[in-house]
Design a protein around this ligand. Structure first.
Ligand code: GRF
Length: 190
Protein backbone atom coordinates (compact mmCIF):
# COMPACT_ATOMS: atom_id res chain seq x y z
CA UNK A 1 0.00 0.00 0.00
CA UNK A 2 1.59 3.26 -1.12
CA UNK A 3 0.60 6.18 1.11
CA UNK A 4 0.63 9.93 0.60
CA UNK A 5 0.30 12.16 3.66
CA UNK A 6 -1.05 15.72 3.86
CA UNK A 7 -0.36 17.63 7.07
CA UNK A 8 -0.11 21.16 8.41
CA UNK A 9 1.48 20.62 11.84
CA UNK A 10 3.64 18.44 14.02
CA UNK A 11 3.07 15.16 12.20
CA UNK A 12 2.91 12.92 15.26
CA UNK A 13 0.28 10.79 13.49
CA UNK A 14 2.56 10.40 10.46
CA UNK A 15 5.29 9.35 12.88
CA UNK A 16 2.97 6.73 14.37
CA UNK A 17 2.26 5.41 10.86
CA UNK A 18 6.02 5.23 10.17
CA UNK A 19 6.59 3.43 13.49
CA UNK A 20 3.88 0.89 12.63
CA UNK A 21 5.54 0.29 9.25
CA UNK A 22 8.95 -0.12 10.94
CA UNK A 23 7.59 -2.61 13.46
CA UNK A 24 5.98 -4.70 10.71
CA UNK A 25 2.42 -4.18 11.96
CA UNK A 26 1.49 -2.13 8.88
CA UNK A 27 2.44 -3.28 5.39
CA UNK A 28 2.78 0.08 3.63
CA UNK A 29 5.20 2.70 2.40
CA UNK A 30 4.96 6.51 2.60
CA UNK A 31 5.92 7.83 -0.84
CA UNK A 32 5.18 11.55 -0.43
CA UNK A 33 4.42 14.08 2.32
CA UNK A 34 2.85 17.40 1.33
CA UNK A 35 2.13 20.44 3.50
CA UNK A 36 0.52 23.84 3.03
CA UNK A 37 2.83 25.20 5.78
CA UNK A 38 6.51 25.61 4.86
CA UNK A 39 7.63 25.40 8.50
CA UNK A 40 5.47 22.42 9.51
CA UNK A 41 7.44 19.90 11.57
CA UNK A 42 5.80 17.08 9.60
CA UNK A 43 8.07 18.03 6.66
CA UNK A 44 11.14 17.88 8.89
CA UNK A 45 10.16 14.44 10.18
CA UNK A 46 9.66 13.19 6.61
CA UNK A 47 12.96 14.61 5.33
CA UNK A 48 14.81 12.94 8.19
CA UNK A 49 13.46 9.64 6.93
CA UNK A 50 14.41 10.38 3.32
CA UNK A 51 10.77 10.66 2.27
CA UNK A 52 9.98 13.00 -0.63
CA UNK A 53 8.27 16.18 0.55
CA UNK A 54 6.60 19.14 -1.11
CA UNK A 55 4.76 22.35 -0.45
CA UNK A 56 1.14 22.95 -1.50
CA UNK A 57 0.80 26.42 -2.99
CA UNK A 58 -2.55 27.74 -1.73
CA UNK A 59 -2.14 31.04 -3.65
CA UNK A 60 -1.98 33.18 -0.53
CA UNK A 61 -5.33 31.98 0.85
CA UNK A 62 -5.13 31.49 4.62
CA UNK A 63 -7.69 28.72 5.01
CA UNK A 64 -9.08 27.87 1.54
CA UNK A 65 -7.72 25.01 -0.54
CA UNK A 66 -8.16 26.45 -4.05
CA UNK A 67 -9.20 24.12 -6.88
CA UNK A 68 -5.94 24.65 -8.78
CA UNK A 69 -3.95 23.67 -5.68
CA UNK A 70 -6.11 20.56 -5.26
CA UNK A 71 -5.52 19.55 -8.88
CA UNK A 72 -1.76 20.05 -8.47
CA UNK A 73 -1.84 18.01 -5.27
CA UNK A 74 -3.72 15.18 -7.01
CA UNK A 75 -1.14 15.16 -9.83
CA UNK A 76 1.80 15.02 -7.44
CA UNK A 77 0.24 12.22 -5.44
CA UNK A 78 -0.48 10.24 -8.60
CA UNK A 79 3.03 10.83 -9.97
CA UNK A 80 4.44 9.42 -6.72
CA UNK A 81 2.32 6.29 -7.15
CA UNK A 82 0.13 7.03 -4.14
CA UNK A 83 -2.81 4.64 -3.67
CA UNK A 84 -4.21 5.94 -0.37
CA UNK A 85 -4.13 9.53 0.90
CA UNK A 86 -3.99 10.14 4.66
CA UNK A 87 -4.84 13.55 6.08
CA UNK A 88 -2.85 13.91 9.29
CA UNK A 89 -3.54 17.26 10.90
CA UNK A 90 -4.25 18.89 7.54
CA UNK A 91 -6.16 22.08 8.21
CA UNK A 92 -7.86 22.76 4.87
CA UNK A 93 -11.12 21.28 3.58
CA UNK A 94 -10.59 18.85 0.72
CA UNK A 95 -13.19 19.24 -2.03
CA UNK A 96 -14.16 17.80 -5.42
CA UNK A 97 -10.95 18.14 -7.44
CA UNK A 98 -8.93 16.03 -5.01
CA UNK A 99 -11.82 13.76 -3.90
CA UNK A 100 -12.56 12.89 -7.53
CA UNK A 101 -8.93 11.95 -8.12
CA UNK A 102 -8.96 9.50 -5.15
CA UNK A 103 -12.54 8.29 -4.73
CA UNK A 104 -12.98 6.64 -1.29
CA UNK A 105 -9.22 6.68 -0.98
CA UNK A 106 -8.73 9.67 1.31
CA UNK A 107 -8.75 9.15 5.09
CA UNK A 108 -8.77 11.63 7.96
CA UNK A 109 -8.20 11.36 11.70
CA UNK A 110 -10.36 13.48 13.97
CA UNK A 111 -10.01 13.95 17.75
CA UNK A 112 -13.58 13.06 18.81
CA UNK A 113 -16.10 10.25 18.52
CA UNK A 114 -17.78 11.56 15.38
CA UNK A 115 -20.49 12.64 14.73
CA UNK A 116 -19.94 14.36 18.10
CA UNK A 117 -17.78 17.49 18.09
CA UNK A 118 -16.79 18.03 14.44
CA UNK A 119 -14.63 21.04 13.55
CA UNK A 120 -11.74 22.60 15.42
CA UNK A 121 -10.38 21.80 18.90
CA UNK A 122 -12.84 18.98 19.55
CA UNK A 123 -11.25 18.12 22.91
CA UNK A 124 -12.19 21.62 24.16
CA UNK A 125 -15.73 21.09 22.88
CA UNK A 126 -15.87 17.78 24.80
CA UNK A 127 -14.63 19.43 28.02
CA UNK A 128 -17.14 22.27 27.67
CA UNK A 129 -19.98 19.78 27.09
CA UNK A 130 -19.05 17.86 30.26
CA UNK A 131 -19.19 14.42 28.59
CA UNK A 132 -17.62 11.47 30.48
CA UNK A 133 -15.83 10.18 27.40
CA UNK A 134 -14.65 11.36 24.01
CA UNK A 135 -12.12 9.75 21.67
CA UNK A 136 -10.92 9.72 18.09
CA UNK A 137 -12.19 8.61 14.71
CA UNK A 138 -10.62 7.61 11.41
CA UNK A 139 -13.05 8.13 8.54
CA UNK A 140 -13.23 8.38 4.78
CA UNK A 141 -13.26 12.00 3.61
CA UNK A 142 -16.29 13.27 1.76
CA UNK A 143 -17.36 16.81 0.85
CA UNK A 144 -18.51 17.69 4.37
CA UNK A 145 -16.50 18.70 7.39
CA UNK A 146 -15.68 15.51 9.37
CA UNK A 147 -18.74 13.72 7.95
CA UNK A 148 -17.53 10.75 5.87
CA UNK A 149 -18.09 7.03 6.67
CA UNK A 150 -16.35 5.91 9.86
CA UNK A 151 -13.62 3.24 9.61
CA UNK A 152 -12.54 2.90 13.27
CA UNK A 153 -13.06 4.73 16.56
CA UNK A 154 -11.43 4.55 19.99
CA UNK A 155 -13.02 5.95 23.15
CA UNK A 156 -10.96 7.98 25.64
CA UNK A 157 -12.20 8.87 29.16
CA UNK A 158 -12.53 12.49 30.24
CA UNK A 159 -11.09 12.65 33.80
CA UNK A 160 -12.43 15.02 36.47
CA UNK A 161 -9.23 17.08 36.68
CA UNK A 162 -8.54 17.18 32.93
CA UNK A 163 -7.27 20.36 31.30
CA UNK A 164 -7.57 20.88 27.55
CA UNK A 165 -3.90 19.90 27.25
CA UNK A 166 -4.11 16.69 29.31
CA UNK A 167 -7.22 15.53 27.47
CA UNK A 168 -5.73 16.31 24.06
CA UNK A 169 -2.56 14.40 24.97
CA UNK A 170 -4.60 11.32 26.00
CA UNK A 171 -6.59 11.48 22.75
CA UNK A 172 -3.38 11.74 20.72
CA UNK A 173 -2.03 8.53 22.30
CA UNK A 174 -5.19 6.79 21.11
CA UNK A 175 -4.85 8.39 17.65
CA UNK A 176 -1.38 6.94 17.28
CA UNK A 177 -2.79 3.42 17.76
CA UNK A 178 -5.91 4.02 15.71
CA UNK A 179 -4.56 5.51 12.47
CA UNK A 180 -2.19 2.64 11.54
CA UNK A 181 -4.93 0.12 12.44
CA UNK A 182 -7.46 1.91 10.25
CA UNK A 183 -5.03 2.08 7.31
CA UNK A 184 -4.38 -1.67 7.67
CA UNK A 185 -8.13 -2.30 7.65
CA UNK A 186 -8.66 -0.22 4.50
CA UNK A 187 -5.65 -1.87 2.82
CA UNK A 188 -7.09 -5.31 3.57
CA UNK A 189 -10.26 -4.36 1.68
CA UNK A 190 -8.49 -3.16 -1.44
C1 GRF B 1 -4.62 15.42 15.54
O1 GRF B 1 -5.10 15.66 16.84
C2 GRF B 1 -5.73 15.05 14.60
O2 GRF B 1 -6.80 14.43 15.21
C3 GRF B 1 -6.17 16.40 14.08
O3 GRF B 1 -4.99 17.17 14.00
C4 GRF B 1 -4.04 16.68 14.93
C5 GRF B 1 -2.76 16.42 14.19
O4 GRF B 1 -1.68 16.15 15.02
N1 GRF B 1 -6.84 16.22 12.81
P1 GRF B 1 -0.28 15.68 14.39
O5 GRF B 1 0.16 16.75 13.40
O6 GRF B 1 -0.48 14.36 13.75
O7 GRF B 1 0.65 15.63 15.57
Amino acid sequence: MVLGILGSGSGSNMQAILDAIDSGSLDARIALVLSDQPDAFILERARKRGIETGLIDCRGFKTRFPDEAQLETAERLRAAGVELVCLAGFLRLVKRPLLDAFPRRILNIHPSLLPAFPGLESWKQALAAGVPETGCTVHFVDEGMDTGPVILQEAVPVLPDDSAESLHARIQLAEHRLYPAAIARVAAGF
